[in-house]
Design a protein around this ligand. Structure first.
Ligand code: DP6
Length: 361
C-alpha cells in the first residue's frame, strides 16, 4: 500500500527532451457519494462509483524541455482551439501536484483536450478531464523513470487526479472503484481510488446508466463550494457515518447480486446528497421540477412493472437512470415514452459500466 511520501518523485530530471502522449479517461457515477472533504482533497467519507464507458475526455499532451526553468508553462486547447478559461484550473492543478512531480517546470506542455459528451450538458467534465491529464503526466514520469511498475503508475495517476478534482481519482482504473479508507475494503485509501477488491456479481456486469439531461445550464453552486458547506453542517457527522454503513452494505450487495437492496441504497444516497444541500447554510436546491417528475415516474414504473430500475443524482439536476442490461430494451422504451419529455431538448445519453482510462498514443 502506497503512502503519500512514495509519490514524491526524486529520480533524474534528465534523459527526456520531448515527447507526446494521448489518453482517454471516463466520467464516473457515485453509488455512495463523496460529499465533504478535509484539507488537501482528503474525503470526509469513503465513496464508491461505477466507471462509465461512453462519457469520456480525450487529452493529448506534447511536452518539450525548456531552456531555463521558469514557472509552469503550457498552452491549452479545447477541441483544437485555444481555451483561456481553463487556464486557472490547470495552473492550480500544477501547483498542487508540483511537490510530487518536480519535473513539471522543466517542460513546456501543449494540452489538447475534448469531451465525447455534448458541451455544457450539465455533465461535469472535471473527473474525466483531470483523470485524462493525470494519465498523460504519468506517461512523462514513466519516460523519466522507465522501471516504474504498473501498480505505482495507476495509483499515482489516481493520487494526482484526486488533487485536481476528488472524484477524478475514481476515473483511472477498474469498473467499480472505491476511494476513501473503509475498514472492510482491503487496500482502500484516502489518497487514491482502488478497484473494488471483491467479485462483482453477474447482475451488476454491464450495468446501464442512461443520463437524462434535465438542465444543461451552469450550476448555481459548484461542488467545491458544496463540499465546503459540510464544514459546520448540522448533520455532517451522521452523514459521514452513514456513508461507511452504506459502503459496507453495498459491498455485500455487489458481491451477492442483490438488486433490490442496491436500489434502496443508491436512491437513498442520491436524496441524502441533495438533503445535505437543502440543509446547509446557506441552503440551496440543484434539483429542478423535472428532476422530481422523473423520479416519481421511475417509482411508478418500478412498482407497476417490477422492473429493477432506479435513479441516482450528481450535484446537479440531471438524472442517472441505472438498470441491469437484462431489462435494457424495456427500460429504454419506458425512457423514450415517459421520460424524454422532461429532458432539455429531449436529450439523453446512453452509457454503461466501463473499465477506466485508456492509452491512445
Ligand atoms: C456529488 O469531485 O467534483 O459528484 O473535489 O471539489 O473537485 P472537488 O469535487 P467533485 O465532487 C463530486 C461530488 C459528487 C459525488 C461523487 O462523485 O462522489
Amino acid at each position: 500500500m502506497f503512502l503519500e511520501k512514495d509519490f514524491v518523485y526524486n529520480g533524474t530530471l534528465d534523459g527526456v527532451e520531448n515527447g507526446n502522449s494521448e489518453w482517454s479517461a471516463p466520467s464516473n457515477i457515485a453509488l455512495v457519494k463523496y460529499w465533504g472533504k478535509k484539507e488537501h482533497q482528503i474525503p470526509a467519507n469513503p465513496s464508491v462509483s461505477f466507471t462509465l464507458n461512453n462519457c469520456k475526455t480525450i487529452t493529448k499532451v506534447s511536452f518539450s524541455k525548456k531552456e531555463s526553468i521558469t514557472g509552469f508553462s503550457f498552452d491549452l486547447l479545447f477541441e483544437g482551439k485555444e481555451k483561456e478559461s481553463f487556464r486557472p484550473k490547470i495552473q492550480k492543478f500544477f501547483e498542487r501536484i508540483e511537490t510530487y512531480c518536480p519535473y513539471l517546470k522543466n517542460f513546456h506542455f501543449v494540452i489538447d483536450t475534448l469531451n465525447t459528451f455534448p458541451h455544457s450538458s450539465g455533465i461535469a467534465s472535471s473527473a474525466s478531464g483531470m483523470a485524462a491529464l493525470a494519465m498523460n503526466i504519468m506517461d512523462l514520469e514513466k519516460a523519466l523513470n522507465p522501471q516504474m511498475n504498473e501498480a505505482y503508475f495507476y495509483s499515482k495517476a489516481s493520487f494526482l487526479a484526486r488533487l485536481g478534482s476528488g472524484s477524478a481519482c475514481r476515473s483511472i482504473k477498474g469498473n467499480v472503484v472505491v476511494w476513501g479508507t473503509h475498514k472492510e475494503i482491503e487496500g482502500s485509501s484516502d489518497l487514491f481510488g482502488v478497484e473494488f477488491p471483491g467479485q462483482i456479481h453477474e447482475n451488476f456486469k454491464n450495468y446501464q446508466d442512461t443520463i437524462l439531461l434535465v438542465d444543461k445550464g451552469e450550476k448555481q453552486v459548484s461542488s467545491t463550494v458544496g463540499h465546503d458547506l459540510m464544514h459546520n453542517h448540522p448533520y455532517a457527522e451522521k452523514r459521514f457515518e452513514q456513508a461507511h454503513v452504506n459502503l459496507s452494505q453495498i459491498k455485500n450487495i455487489l458481491e451477492t447480486g442483490d438488486v433490490e437492496n442496491f436500489i434502496k441504497i443508491v436512491e437513498s444516497e442520491a436524496l441524502t446528497l441533495h438533503a445535505m444541500m437543502l440543509t446547509s447554510m446557506p441552503y440551496y436546491i440543484l434539483m429542478k421540477p423535472n428532476t422530481l417528475e422523473i423520479i416519481n415516474r421511475i417509482w411508478k414504473y418500478r412498482s407497476e412493472t417490477g422492473t429493477p430500475v432506479c435513479f441516482t443524482l450528481d450535484a446537479g439536476a440531471n438524472v442517472h437512470v441505472l438498470y441491469p442490461e437484462s431489462v435494457k430494451e424495456k427500460v429504454v422504451a419506458f425512457i423514450q415514452q415517459e421520460l424524454v419529455g422532461y429532458c432539455q431538448n429531449s436529450q439523453y445519453i446512453c452509457d454503461e459500466i466501463g473499465k477506466g482510462s485508456e492509452k491512445i498514443n
